[in-house]
Write a protein that binds this ligand. Structure first.
Ligand SMILES: [Zn+2]
Length: 120
């Protein structure tokens, strides 16, 4: 098959093919989650903190958002501004620097999510 140069297919040298829909690695594809979330109504958004291997207060993670990469980045930007800190989107999870759980919890509720805290 030499004609598989479809522009939407992206390959990663590290671990193979990326999902053309969500741009995640196939193993971490969030499309299924997204579909599941749509069936339930909305995704279960979880806010957790990770300090392992992180400097200082670690990062606050928001997972379970049924958004595509672009929407996640938009939301991440908004949340970063809200917290006045940095952050990133990795594998469908928004990372916000520092312990921002209280602010993010409120902010997500304001946006219509029903976040749950998980972990410490
Ligand atoms: Zn996908």
């Amino acid at each position: 098959m030499k004609q598989e140069k479809k522009s939407r297919l992206v390959y990663s040298t590290e671990s193979g093919q990326l999902c053309p829909e969500c741009q995640h690695q196939i193993a971490h594809c969030i499309c299924k989650e997204k579909q599941k979330a749509q069936i339930i109504g909305d995704g279960q958004v979880r806010i957790s903190r990770e300090t392992k291997g992180r400097k200082g207060k670690g990062v606050t993670l928001i997972s379970g958002l049924s958004l595509n990469e672009k929407e996640l980045k938009t939301l991440a930007k908004q949340l970063k501004q809200r917290c006045g800190t940095g952050g990133a989107v990795k594998k469908g999870v928004i990372e916000i620097q520092g312990d921002q759980r209280d602010i993010l919890f409120q902010e997500l509720q304001t946006l219509g999510y029903q976040p749950k805290r998980s972990g410490g």
